[in-house]
Every structure is written in C-alpha cells, then in structure tokens.
Design a protein. Structure first.
Lengths: 912, 424
C-alpha cells in the first residue's frame, strides 16, 4: 500500500512499511548511508542515515533516529535538513575518517567510492583528529580479491553479504572496539564462489578486484558497455570496462529479474580470455593439402570466402550455443535451414530437447531468478547449480529463508530489519530437498539430501509426482525409504505458497529432466482448481545461448556426423565452435575429410587448426548481439570496444561472405536488417525484435538523434591516449550496431536497456544505481533488460513420461561415469582467464569411498578409466557422500577433448 | 531493619546449603507458586510490589514480564536469563548475593521462570566470579537432586533446567541483547529493539533478562506480599537496595538498606565517612556510567526518581567517590579508557568516538592539551547521546564525562593551560 510521508515539509509517496532510508532514496532524495544495503537490509550500525523525526505538527524538538531503522507510517514527519541532523551526519563521517588512510590518490576504489561520495555529501572536509591512526595487516585472499584493511570503515556489509546472504564461512569479523578486522582467520583464497561481490558490496577500497588491479586504469577512463555474461545459461547482466583495447573488468549490471545486484565469480573474473595472447587476430588461409597457411588481408579473405562458398551451393553450417542469435541466424541464412546444424553433442541435444519440451509444451512457468528467490519450497533434482549455474544456487539460498521469514513478519518484524529477522528465525530453513549423485554445496541448507544415480533421482521425482497426481506414472519397486521421502517432499511442495522444481542439463539425464517436469506438472494439476500461485519449474542449460540456438531449429549435429556428411556439400562453415569438444574425433575427422572448412572464432582450437579459412571473430566484448538465457529471456549485449582492424563480429563476416559469394541474393548487411529478417523468419523471436525495438537498440532515433556515450564525461585521458603516436586525436570508431557511441559526448542518461555505467551527480560509486531505479531494489526506470519468449501452455496429458526408468543397478567392475560440472575450469571461455585458471582445482575422478577401498585406493591415487573410445588417467577423490557404482568426471579437463558422458567404464588403479 | 536479600549471608562462613536454606524458610516461594498460584498471579504480585530492575535501567519488573507471550500457543522453549555479568566499574553488589546465598538465586530463577513459563534458565556470570560459579553449581546440583529443578518440579507439571554460563569477560556482555548474542555463540554486539527479548530473545524465543538483585527480591515478594515489600522502603519505591561505596572512605563496602536511604547517610554512617584529611568532591551514584553528583546533592535519597531529579541516575546503586585529593581529569581518563576498550565496535560514534575522547584526555593529562580540546569533548558528550548510538554503552560513558566537564571544568582548563596535571 502506498502512503504519504513528510520530509522537510514536502509530501512523498512511499510504500507502507519500507524503512525511511529506502523511502527517501526511492524518492530521489540524498541521504547518506553505509551499513544498509538494499539486498542486505538494515542493521543500524553506521549511524550515517540519521534524520530528525517529529511526533506531530507541534513537535518542534524532534528526536534523532536512524532512517534505516524506522518504518514509514502514514503521515510521519522527518527532516533530513535539520541542522542538528546535518551536523551529526558530518560528525559520523569524521569518526569514520579517524583511522582512514586518506589514500584516495592511490586507492583502487578512488573515483568510484561510496565513502568519497558520502563524505562529500555530508560536507565533512576538515580533520580535527590529531593522533596516530591505527593500521592493519592485509591478507592474501587469492587471485580474485585484493585486501587493504586500513581503508575499512567497519560497516559490516562484507560479512553480512558473505556469511548471511551467500552462506560463506571463511570471512569474518574479528576483534572489537576500534580494532575491528574483516578478513579470514588466516591468509588464503576466499572460498565462496560469490566472493567477487565484495568488490561492490564493500563501500570502500578494502576489497577490490585483483584482476582489474593487474591492468588497472582509473575507472573514469574506462569505456563501458551494457553486456550479458557468457559463462553459463543464466544470462546475468554485466557492465564491461575497457581501455586501450583491453577489457579491464566486469561489474554487475542491475537487472531486477535476473541477477539483481550480484554476479558469480566465474562471471565476474572469467572475462580475461578476451585479452588472451592466443586470440585469433588475422584471417588465416590454408590451401587444401597444405600444412601451413598464411594471414590474409580483408579483400583476399572475402575473395577466398567467395570462392569457397560459391563453388558449393549445398554448404553445411554448424552453429554454436555460445554465439549470438544474430550470428547463428546469419549462418542459417547462408547455408539454408536444411543444412543448418546445432553445434552441440548428441547427449546435449537430447537433454536440451527434454528441457525445450518441458518449457514449450508443459503447463508450468519457468521463473526468473528473482522469482526463484521468492519460492518457498524447492525440489532440486540431479545437479548442483553452484557449479553449473552459480547464481541459481545463490537464489536458492534465499528461497529457503522464505517460510521462516513469514513467521518473523507475522511477529511484526519488518523484512528489512535484517538482524531482528535473523535473530528470530535463527538457522531455521524452509524446505529444500536435494537429490543428486554427489554431495552439493547446497547440502548445508537442505532439509534432506539424497544421493542417488540419475535413474533413481528420476524415480524419486516421478514418485513425488505420483503422490501429488495419481495420473503421473507409478514407480514400481521403489524402496520404502524412498517412497516415504517422496511423500515428505510432496507434502512440503503441496503446502507451500510458491513451490519450485529445479533441474537442468548438467545432470546429464533426460529422465531426470522429465521427472522434474512431471513434478511441476503434477503440482500445477493439483493446484489448478485453487486460488494459490501456480508452481514453478527452473531448468538450467549449458551455455549462454543454448536456448537461442535451439529456437532457430537447427538439425542435430549427430545426424550429420552419423551420415558422415553424405548428401551435404563440400564446404563446412563452423561458427564459434570446436567440434572436437562436441563429438568423437573419428566422427569429426570423417566429416572434415575431403571438405573445405571455414571456421569463425576468437580463440584457436582443434577445429581452427583444421580450417582452410579462419575468420577472426569478435568476442561478446567487441560486438553487439542477442542471447537467450535458460528462462527464455532474450537479452542484448553491446560492445565495450571496437574490434581490432581485422576482427569482425561473426554475423558480419557471414553477411559479408554471403554477399561476396552470392551477390545476387545481396543480403542486408546491417545488424538491424539482420534482426528484422530473423524476426520475420522466426515467429518466437518476433517480440524481441519488433521493428521499433530493433531501431531503438541499433539506431540513434531515440534520444534526439544522439547516441549514448560509452566513455564517462570524466574521462581524463582521451586526447593523450594516442598522443605518443600522433597528436591528432583519431576520430572514434563508428558503431552502426548499437545506439551507443565510442565517445564522451551524447545523451548521457539513458534508461533500462542501454545504461553503460551507473553515475549520477554526487554518486560516483556503483550505488549510483539508486538513481536509475524507479524504486530502490525494484525495476530500473524504462524497464529492465530482456524479453521473455516462452510462456506455459495449458496442461496436456503428454507432459508425463510413459513410465519410470528402472532402478540403477551397479554392475561388478563397471562404473557409470557422469559429468561433474565445475564453476572454475568447467566452462570453455572462462577457462582462458588466468585468474580462473588459478582457482581451478586439479581434475579428479570422484568415487564413492567404499568403491575406492575395494580398488585399494586412497585419496589422490591415480586411476585409469577405460571405455570404448575413452581412456583417461587421473587422480581420485574418495567421498562418502556419493553413490557406489557411480563415478563423477569433471567437465572441461584441458586436452581431454570429447567424452560421451554418461558412459559405462571400468576403473582400476593406474600402474605406477 | 529487615534485610531480606542478605538475611542468610554471613561472609565469615560458607553459604547455606540446601537443608539450612530450607530451614531458614527457603524454597517456600517455590512451593507456594507451584501449588497455589497461576503464573499470571505471580506476575501480578511482582507488578503490585513496584519492583524495578536493579541492573541499571530501573524498568518495572512485573511490567516486563507481562510482555511475554503466555498460554498454549506461546512459542517454546522460553528462556529466563539472569544477568550476573556485573562488569560495571565500581559495582560489586550482585557478587555479594551470588557468593553469599546461591540457593536464593536458584529459588528466584524457579519462581520467575514459573511466572513466565520458562523452560530453560541461564545464569550469565561474570568471568571473574569463580567462587560464585562453584557455589551456584553446587546449589543447582542440590536443588536438582531435591526435585526443585528438572522435570515436573515437585510434581507440579512445571519443568525448568538451569545452567550457569561463564562469560568471556566483556563489559558489553552485560547489555541484555549483547548478552543473548554472546550466549548464542555470536559476537557480543547488541540487538536493535524492538523486537524486545520478551518476544524474540534467546534463539529467537521469548526471553526475559533480569538482574541478579532484581530476581532475588522475587521470592520475598511472593512470601511476604507487595505491601510488606513497599513498606521496606523509606520512599515511594519499594524494597531494600544493595548500596555500595568505593573510593577513599574509611569503610568501603556494600550494604542492604531501605530503598531511598540518603547519599550522605550511606557515605557517612555505613562507609564510615572520608579518610582523614580528604573531602568528598563528587560521586557517581550508580556505577561509572552515571552523572556526577556534587555537594548540593548529597542529601538526595538514593532511589530512581530522586536521583534522576538531581540530574543523574540510580544505575546499580553503587557509588564511586571523587575526593579533593584526586584528579578529576585522571578519573575521567581512567573511565574513558575502560569504555573505549569495552566498546563492542558495532556503531560508529562509540567505536571511533570513545578512543578519540580517550586520546584527548590522555593528551590533556600529559600536558599536550589544546585550547579547543574541551569543545571537542563537549561535542562528543553531546553526540554520543541516547538515540545517536546503537546501545546505551556510549551514552552511559558520556554521563560522567558530560557532568565532569560541567562540575570540574576548571580542572580541565588548568591541565591545558598549565600543560599537565597539578596533582602529579
Ligand atoms: C553496557 C551495558 C552493560 C550492562 N551490564 C549489566 C550487567 O552487568 N548486569 C546487569 O544486570 N545489567 C547490565 N546492563 C543492563 C541490562 O542491559 C539490562 O537492562 C538489565 O540486565 C535488565 O535487568 P533488570 O531489569 O533486572 O535491571 C548493562 C547495560 C549496558 C548498556
Ligand atoms: S571491509 Fe568494507 S564492507 Fe567490510 S566492514 Fe570494512 S568497509 Fe565495510
Ligand atoms: S551465474 Fe552464470 S551468467 Fe551469472 S555471472 Fe555466473 S556464469 Fe555468468
Ligand atoms: S554504543 Fe555502539 S559500539 Fe558502543 S557498545 Fe553499544 S553498539 Fe557497541
Ligand atoms: S545506514 Fe542507517 S545506520 Fe547505517
């Protein structure tokens, strides 16, 4: 309910029950704060948000209150401008500054620092403290986070985020009085996969981005752009920062529906592959049969393209789940829909098929991450999202708070009153049931965690579905314990207000995905006649554009490979993809045999090695495009820098090649035209690229013919950047693909989709975001980025599988080897980032401890894994919390190429 | 003169064991409430007595109890916590009770526990009170063996488990909500109120935190009634009070006297007056975190209302005396040194303001004071006031500073002008 409050005599509309700080900020008022954070709520420790509160019109005295600790009530009166409050807030800054080193000039936070902003806001400018300052020892916290404790102002945000919000345990508050210390018990890498958020949560320069420090530049000299993370299927929104042709850092870009204020460490620190020495920077040609090739110039390359593509009117094109929709569409246009193949493995294709079926044909809605956070009972089947879709894991950590939170609110504690809420609900958690083959990082918050092979996970899921809706297939021969567990899960889901089922392709099992969909379907059947909210089904996918690629209806790669490419032409065009990661080498070899191969990509791999023509593709950081996340949300990313001379976005190469090869077809060459063509050809995408939206994204129509500058108006070094080469300032690169420009000038306050950085007068830190939101913690003005493409249909009988799979039976001497996703080391692109490489643990096979003992193994011993077409040697980790007869093999072991997981293999101790 | 709280105490011998305590009328209140009274009647009796908290704030005890959710759907377990942290400088009254009559403490916990429907009780004990720890544990063991504690006490259906928890030894652990955090194994920082502990206290459950001396009055109120209790006092506020005196008097100590005994009478008659050659300049009436009173106030009765009217607080009722042979600046420094060290580090004004104050006082004491230092001290005394800080520690710390600067300003000025302490 909206109410009105009086601030310094002026009336403002606010949400009833919001705290007064939140209410003031939502109304655009400036009130300084530190310990409060929109995600973390209030604890009232910093005393920075002090205002005067008056009991009535007659109350002239008022009393000092902390705005963040008071609920807004109808007609309440406060003053921000009251001289006593103004003076006290400046005094608070003076206290905070007592021990602060004032090292702004050499501080990584400088120029983007909440402490600087708040200091200026309060007007404190004269230091009266004349004694020595205290100093602290800094810790080595690993490759991501730099620690500089002297700058700490003791706002407690770091520990509240790290421990209370993200469930981390190795960062803490130590000491007392004015000797507080925030760090680890001893030096060492911060363990939480969300540690990078400390960079933005900490309002000072204590925790800063170490990867940024390695190629530091002043933040106002960065050229920035709105982008989308390419390191998993969730599509978190990011802000890229570039200088001198190098991506320097990734910051959170707020999207209320997706990642909110946060990112995972893979997404934040995985960017450095863009700057890799290994990047393909020149087009490269190799004549058929020749061992070595040569770099080609632009003209030669298009000529070569034309000759390769012209001679062949039945080209075959292989798309990519990590390339943009536009690039995939351009490829499909070039080769024709009949010859457009999905660049994913046979297993992946099947898994994705199961997900797509559930999303497109099922009756259950797939929620945004924000909706996941508000789910109040969760069943997680098959995978640990901490490794496969990290931000989902963080969202689930909030879901388990929902039911206890309701209790606290019933007791009259406002939700923002964080310490009181946590004090009341303590460690109580709402229902989260986990069923996976191996221990997960969410087990610590799980109501019950079951270890089972995928088929048994699916059986449990179907048993739950059957309890909820008898129409779902019965599961024969289920053990009594599993049956009882299924009943408990069903009861928890049925009694919840917003039940959620989670699974995804990382579990490697279509039956598990089907079972998850079946549970969700059963719930929607059971709840159909009631007033309650429908259930939710969240399914992860493997890559940043897995769903986008699928929407273009590619044919399965396996089909092409099985036929050895019979019936398709003599030239294959491969888009941003290493086929040797997607299929057995013999099959790929057979396909490539005797064919000409054109590959577009940004880093070299086994497939580019084989190519006759390699076209240097722009990464996501150098191009604009669209990705569709697992939720079916299409989101646009934009270049932070113009690609180096010889590099072009894949779509642009493909359009150029198309035009060169078949001039009569003369395909449109602008991104806008491409999008329009794609929308026309693909009804599901029509909504993303309405003509108006496309024009808005790519043209200058919007803001009185002005483009949005990527550089801040504070950029200090523009004229000096190239002065050592030429005193004439080069004209900035043009950008026809977006409404952004590589300049300092233009329309500097865009909304929603096109915000390249958060800045507002007096707000230089990331918290300037306040000024872009219609309400703090809510939508951005102008709407949040992204268009949802898939909505549920009415329930049909087809949503249940025909029968449950048989129970998993371990066979003597044989293991079921499953893929084990890993947050660090498990994803192709981010693996190219040095900081992530440092965090990537040694690849080990996970075995049940009993199996290990039977093989005479100890932790760390080497084993050989052999199966047809697979022979591996690696050390083992023995776990009690795993399934006998099941082995887990980490994904993305460098140099290991493709493995057809899951597979059955024999395992033995490796000979010395 | 009746001394219900200390009637069993003789420092020359061991405290009464169970049998002797029972023989002296002990555990009668337990029997009475369990057999004759409903919890609501117990709470009402306490309310009627006018008993106020003896831990420092003087909050009406019965009123506090009435906020606890009662009845069948009240959350459980409920907790009763006895605040025996007693870290306030100059305060040593609870120790007298804890060491002197541990069974009275145990009985008080049972009676109060019954009134609020507590399932578990904790006695949160100052780290240094080793003797009290030993004696309390012995008393609890005896009481448990005799059926006064544990399941189904005396067949009444009421059950209470009682634990002694020895504090790690921080002043802030005595602040009731920091105490609860500490008891939960968290950092001892205070909690925001509301919600009050009665609603969401220890482990999120209804909890009452009560001072030792407050609780020890309860069995007597039950046995003898509210009118008797009120009659013990020399003023409107009922009961007796443990008053203490420290400083250079002839006979420092702690005495149970009628509530409202005037300051001068306590100092002159019980503490034996000032040591020869010394004159009383001022005193902190209720521990280190209360305002100075001076000559003009010495005839004030020591009760909550009168001391407040005189411009200070009754606090714990244990006075710290400043004589004319001692330096008020040194005394202020000593106290601020304590408060700065004991700040929990949670809120900015206290965490960073108190050490600054301490450094300023140290500089003044060392002869390095600046002319405008007193302005800074004044500003702090004002800015660390109630409402500006998160809990009452810092405002408490400012009480002696603020009033010290008012009453002894010439001393501070002399230190600055004369570059050092005239006493040293
Ligand atoms: C810094 C600080 C220290 C305190 N220490 C004690 C203490 O040691 N013992 C005590 O009973 N109350 C102490 N209190 C008061 C308690 O917070 C609380 O008011 C008291 O225990 C309530 O009991 P009562 O109502 O019986 O007085 C302290 C308060 C503050 C702010
Ligand atoms: S390290 Fe940063 S976030 Fe943590 S308390 Fe210090 S200033 Fe606050
Ligand atoms: S969760 Fe996925 S999309 Fe989000 S930041 Fe991490 S890797 Fe990127
Ligand atoms: S006033 Fe603040 S810093 Fe001081 S003890 Fe209380 S909460 Fe801690
Ligand atoms: S923001 Fe309100 S007290 Fe810190």
């Amino acid at each position: 309910m909206r109410i009105r409050i009086l601030v310094d005599g002026k009336s403002f509309g606010v949400k009833q029950g919001d705290n007064l700080l939140h209410a003031c900020l939502s109304n655009g008022l400036d009130l300084p704060y530190f310990c409060w954070h929109p995600l973390l709520g209030s604890v009232g420790s910093c005393r920075q948000c002090a205002v005067k509160s008056y009991d009535s019109e007659d109350d002239q005295e008022g009393r000092m209150v902390m705005a963040c600790m008071e609920s807004a009530t109808q007609g309440c009166r406060i003053s921000i401008d009251d001289p006593e409050a103004v003076r006290f807030r400046a005094q608070v800054i003076e206290w905070l500054m007592v021990n602060h080193p004032h090292d702004c000039a050499v501080c990584d936070e400088g120029g983007e620092c909440h402490l600087q902003d708040m200091t200026v806001m309060t007007g404190h400018d004269h230091r009266r403290y004349r004694f020595t300052k205290s100093t602290h020892r800094n810790q080595d916290l690993g490759p991501f986070i730099n620690h500089e404790m002297n700058r700490c102002i003791t706002c407690y945000r770091c520990v509240r985020f790290y421990r209370d919000y993200a469930g981390g345990e190795d960062l803490n508050a130590f000491g007392a009085h004015d000797r507080m210390y925030f760090g680890r018990q001893s030096d060492g890498t911060l363990e939480s996969p969300f540690s990078g958020n400390l960079v933005e949560v900490c309002p000072t320069g204590v925790f800063t981005d170490k990867t940024f420090k390695a190629h530091y530049t002043r933040k106002w000299d960065l050229q920035t752009s709105p982008s989308v993370c390419v390191h998993c299927s969730l599509g978190c929104n990011t802000l890229l920062g570039e200088r001198y042709g190098e991506v320097r850092r990734v910051l959170n870009r707020y999207n209320a529906d997706v990642n909110g204020y946060l990112l995972c460490d893979r997404g934040r620190f995985g960017y450095d592959f863009v700057n890799s020495e290994q990047r393909i920077r020149e087009p490269h040609g190799r004549q058929a049969g020749a061992a070595a090739g040569e770099d080609l110039d632009q003209e030669a390359v298009l000529e070569r393209c034309a000759s390769l593509l012209k001679t062949d009117n039945s080209l075959v094109g292989i798309g990519s789940p990590r390339a943009s929709l536009e690039a995939n569409f351009a490829l499909r246009e070039l080769v024709g829909a009949d010859h457009f193949y999905s660049g994913i493995s046979a297993q992946e294709y099947e898994l994705e098929g199961a997900v797509l079926k559930a999303l497109r044909e099922g009756p259950v809605r797939t929620p945004s991450l924000r909706e996941v956070e508000s789910a109040d009972a969760v069943l997680l089947l098959g995978e640990d999202p901490t490794d496969s879709a990290p931000m989902l894991a963080l969202a689930l950590r909030q879901s388990v708070r929902q039911q206890p939170l309701r209790e606290a609110m019933k007791a009259g504690i406002p939700q923002w009153h964080d310490s009181a809420v946590r004090g009341m609900i303590q460690d109580r958690k709402g229902p989260l049931f986990v069923a996976t083959p191996v221990a997960t990082a969410l087990d610590d918050i799980a109501t019950e965690a079951l270890r089972a092979a995928p088929d048994d996970v699916a059986r449990l899921g179907l048993a739950v579905a059957h309890v909820i809706d008898p129409q779902a297939p019965a599961v024969g021969g289920l053990a009594a314990a599993a049956q009882a567990l299924a009943k408990r899960i069903a009861a928890a889901l049925l009694s919840a207000e917003r039940p959620l089922v989670v699974s995804g392709t990382a579990c490697g099992s279509t039956v598990v995905i089907q079972a998850a969909a079946a549970v969700a379907t059963a719930l929607s059947v059971a709840r159909a006649q009631t007033e309650v909210d429908p259930p939710l089904l969240f399914l992860t996918l493997s890559e940043c554009n897995s769903l986008g690629l699928a929407l273009l209806n590619p044919k399965p790669l396996a089909q092409l490979l099985k036929s050895g490419g019979k019936g398709v032409g003599g030239t294959a065009v491969v888009l941003e993809n290493d086929l040797f990661r997607r299929a057995p080498a013999e099959q790929v070899d057979a396909l490539l045999e005797g064919r000409s191969l054109v590959v577009l990509d940004h880093v070299p791999h086994a497939t580019t090695e084989r190519a006759h023509l390699v076209l240097p593709a722009a990464t996501f950081a150098e191009s604009s495009g669209t990705l569709v996340n697992n939720e079916g949300r299409a989101q646009q990313f934009h270049a932070a820098l113009a690609p180096a001379a010889a590099i072009r976005p894949s779509w642009s190469w493909l359009r150029g090649a198309h035009a060169a090869a078949r001039p009569l077809e003369a395909p449109p060459v602008s991104l806008e035209d491409l999008r329009n063509a794609c929308a026309a050809a693909t009804p599901e995408l029509a909504e993303v690229w309405t003509p108006a939206a496309t024009a808005e994204q790519t043209q200058t129509l919007r803001y009185a013919e002005e483009k949005v500058p990527r550089a801040s108006f504070r950029a200090s070094g523009r004229t000096a950047m190239h002065a050592h080469l030429n005193v004439h300032e080069p004209s900035p690169p043009a950008d026809a693909d977006s409404a952004l420009a590589f300049t300092m000038e233009g329309f500097s306050s865009p909304d929603g989709q096109l915000i390249p950085s958060y800045w507002a007068p007096g707000w230089n830190s990331v918290q300037a975001l306040n000024k872009f939101q219609s309400e703090i913690g809510g939508e951005q003005r102008g709407g949040d980025p992204g268009v949802r493409l898939i909505e549920p249909r009415a329930a049909g009988p087809s949503c249940y599988p025909d029968a449950a799979p048989a129970a998993y039976a371990a066979r003597d001497g044989e293991w079921l080897v499953l893929a084990l996703p890993r947050i660090f080391g498990g994803e192709e692109l981010s693996n190219g980032s040095p900081a992530l490489q440092e965090r990537t643990p040694e690849a080990r096979l996970v075995l049940h401890a009993e199996d290990g003992r039977a093989l005479g193994l100890e932790d760390g011993d080497e084993v050989e894994v052999s199966a047809p077409g697979c022979s591996l040697r690696l050390p083992v980790t023995l776990l009690d919390d795993a399934v006998p007869g099941v082995a887990m093999l980490p994904l993305g072991i460098p140099g290991k190429g493709y493995l057809a997981l899951p597979l059955r293999a024999s395992i033995r101790r490796a000979p010395a | 003169m009746e001394r219900p709280l200390t009637q069993n105490i003789d420092r020359g011998r061991e405290p009464l064991g169970l049998k002797a305590y029972e023989a002296a009328g002990g555990y009668q209140a337990v029997r009475k409430v369990l057999t004759e009274m409903t919890p609501e009647q117990v709470t009402k009796a306490v309310k009627d007595s006018g008993l106020r908290g003896r831990g420092g704030a003087g909050f009406p005890t019965g009123l506090k109890w009435s906020f606890v959710p009662m009845g069948d759907d009240a959350p459980h377990p409920k907790y009763l916590v006895c605040n025996a942290d007693e870290m306030e400088p100059g305060t040593f009254k609870d120790r007298v009770l804890l060491e002197g009559d541990p069974h009275l403490m145990v009985e008080s916990m049972i009676v109060a526990g019954y009134a609020m429907g507590a399932d578990v009780g904790y006695i949160f004990l100052r780290w240094a009170y080793r003797l009290a720890d030993r004696r309390l544990r012995a008393a609890i063991a005896e009481a448990t063996a005799a059926g006064y504690l544990g399941d189904n006490i005396l067949g009444s259906g009421y059950s209470l488990t009682l634990h002694v928890h020895v504090s790690a030894g921080r002043y802030i652990c005595g602040e009731e909500t920091a105490l609860l955090n500490s008891l939960e194994g968290r950092r001892a920082t205070p909690r925001a109120k509301p919600p009050f502990p009665q609603v969401s206290g220890l482990w999120g459950k209804p909890t009452i935190v009560q001072n030792v001396e407050t609780l020890c009055n309860v069995p007597h109120v039950i046995n003898r009634g509210a009118d008797w209790f009120r009659g013990l006092s020399r003023t409107e506020e009922g009961g007796t009070k443990l008053y203490g005196v420290s400083g250079r008097v002839k006979n420092p100590g702690c005495w149970e006297l009628p509530m409202g005994t005037p300051i001068r009478e306590i100092v002159e008659e019980h503490a034996g007056g000032m040591q020869d050659g010394l004159k009383l300049r001022g005193l902190l009436p209720g521990g280190a975190s209360t305002d100075f009173l001076v000559e003009e106030h010495f005839d004030t009765p020591m009760d909550y209302t009168s001391i407040q009217a005189a411009g200070s607080r009754m606090g714990t009722g244990t006075m710290i005396l400043l004589d004319d042979g001692n330096c008020p600046v040194g005394m202020a420094l000593n106290m601020q040194n304590f408060f700065a060290r004991e700040s929990c580090g949670w809120c900015t004004p206290c965490r960073d303001g108190l050490p600054w104050i301490e450094k300023l006082l140290q500089a003044i004491e060392n002869g390095d004071g600046h002319a405008d230092d007193l302005d800074l001290l004044d500003a702090h005394a004002r800015d660390l006031g109630p409402g500006n800080t998160f809990c009452a520690l810092a405002p408490g710390a400012m009480e002696p500073l603020h009033s010290g600067l008012k009453f002894f300003r010439q001393d501070f000025e002399r230190h600055i002008a004369g570059k050092g302490c005239p006493w040293s």
